[in-house]
Design a protein around this ligand. Structure first.
Ligand SMILES: Nc1ncnc2c1ncn2[C@@H]1O[C@H](COP(=O)(O)OP(=O)(O)O)[C@@H](O)[C@H]1O
Ligand SMILES: [Mg+2]
Length: 420
């Protein structure tokens, strides 16, 4: 039973008892009659006290509810609260709940009018923030730790209401904001900056080391100078690649919400990609075999960005595949089964390399994620290629999937909305 129902029940009981006593007093006499009158008075006082306390709470709630009027309608707290996207609760000066909105009810299932806040949520930080605000009229914030959702980050702001002059506030408003997503993005950005700095610092340290050696001990050593300068050029190239990839990633991210509208012939695009990677494949003795689509396969998209996608996937297949192995590329068309983009262009890129263990597969498109960072760095990888692929495909409403069998090879598949 709720507290309100209990109160109503008590009031009804009082009323019935007073009625019965009044009837009894008509035929009773002497001390019995005096006793009945006394008891009657006692009940009446109890009922009056209850009605007064209930009335004060209701009055307080209704005073709190009137927030202004527009034309002939008086706006109430409920109008305002319903329009607020975040959970909101109003408390009186004794931390008793006067009102709340449905978002707050969804968050705290024990939320009721007339109940002290402590009965609803015992979070010490929140209780301290509320009592601080009610005492000195200052705005406070508290971090809430919701039960059963470890990653969630809720921030409650407690603001004073109805301060006049030196008097403390007569009420307080708690609003709760979910900052989980903001916090996650902030953490991601911090990690990203730390990773990017680390990736740049390593080649930079190596270049500085060689400069010092060339200025000092190897000053007159012609052979060493040639060797060191070649290494320095390599390291400088690595830094350039990293900066190019970082810029490319940020440009793609910037355009995330702009849907590309161009037409790209994928048979033609793959031919261009192969032309640019042919020398690299020959260096590693990898044979690339293409099975083009029988008809022109026109994808919806931005040619330069799609070039980056397939360049990275084919380059990965060559460099992480087997030396002297093969890469197979096939282009096909398939029905998506969806109304929006009924036809998909599918490009599949397979290698017969060592493959990727299943635990790495879900993380491959994270920035700087590499199965072996050392191996990737040694062959000129930045760890950003698949992150760029993922972002470009998201913007193109395309999909990337990967299948790999350790010891046998890996297949990456790209599906893109296509023109019929
Ligand atoms: N075909 C593949 N076979 C095996 N591993 C691969 C293949 N393609 C990608 N990978 C793994 O995924 C990681 C991320 O790839 P990518 O983001 O392109 O970075 P990078 O090529 O700069 O190392 C690579 O470092 C490699 O460990
Ligand atoms: Mg790559």
């Amino acid at each position: 039973m709720t507290r309100d129902n209990a109160r109503l029940g008590l009031a009804a009981l009082c009323a019935v008892a007073v009625l019965m006593l009044a009837v009894l007093s008509v035929w009773a006499s002497g001390p019995l009659r005096d006793g009945i009158f006394f008891a009657c008075g006692l009940f009446a006082a109890g009922a009056a006290l209850f009605a007064w306390s209930r009335g004060t709470l209701d009055q307080k709630a209704s005073d709190m509810t009137r927030i202004g009027s527009a034309s002939d309608k008086t706006l109430t707290w409920m109008d305002l609260a319903a329009a607020m996207p975040d959970p909101a609760i109003v408390l009186d000066e004794a931390s008793v709940i006067l009102n709340y909105n449905s978002a707050a009810r969804a968050l705290f299932e024990r939320l009721r009018q007339g109940v002290p806040l402590e009965h609803v949520n015992r979070d010490p930080e929140l209780i301290a923030a509320v009592s601080g605000t009610l005492r000195n009229g200052e705005k406070n914030t508290a971090r809430l730790v919701p039960r059963g959702s470890a990653g969630q980050r809720l921030i409650a702001t407690v603001a004073p209401l109805g301060i006049t002059g030196e008097h403390p506030p007569i009420a307080a408003l708690i609003t709760i904001h979910d900052e989980s997503e903001q916090h996650r993005l902030l953490e991601m950005r911090t990690d990203f900056i730390a990773n990017a700095s680390h990736e740049l610092r390593t080649p930079l340290a190596s270049v500085r080391g060689f400069i010092e050696t060339l200025q000092g001990p190897a000053r007159n050593d012609e052979k060493a100078r040639e060797r060191f300068l070649a290494i320095m050029a390599d390291q400088a190239e690595r830094m350039t690649r990293l900066i190019d990839d970082l810029l490319l990633l940020s440009r793609v991210e910037e355009k995330a919400n702009l849907k590309p509208t161009g037409r790209v012939d994928l048979n033609d695009l793959i031919e261009d990609v192969l032309r640019s990677l042919q020398p690299f494949a020959e260096e590693r003795s990898v044979a690339i075999d293409v099975e083009p689509a029988s008809d022109p396969l026109m994808a919806m998209g931005d040619r330069d960005e799609l070039f980056q996608v397939f360049h990275n996937l084919v380059e990965n297949a060559v460099k992480y595949g087997r030396d002297g192995g093969y890469v197979k590329i096939s282009l096909t068309k398939k029905a998506s089964g969806r109304e929006r983009f009924p036809t998909l262009a599918v490009v599949s890129i397979s290698d017969n390399g060592p493959g990727i263990a299943p635990e790495h597969l879900p993380r491959l498109t994270e920035r700087f994620y590499r199965v072996s960072a050392e191996h990737s760095r040694n062959i000129g990888g930045t760890g950003l290629g698949l992150a760029i692929v993922k972002h470009v495909l998201n913007r193109h409403q395309g999909e990337l999937s990967v299948q790999s069998v350790v010891g046998q090879g890996t297949t990456f598949k790209v599906a893109l909305p296509a023109y019929k």
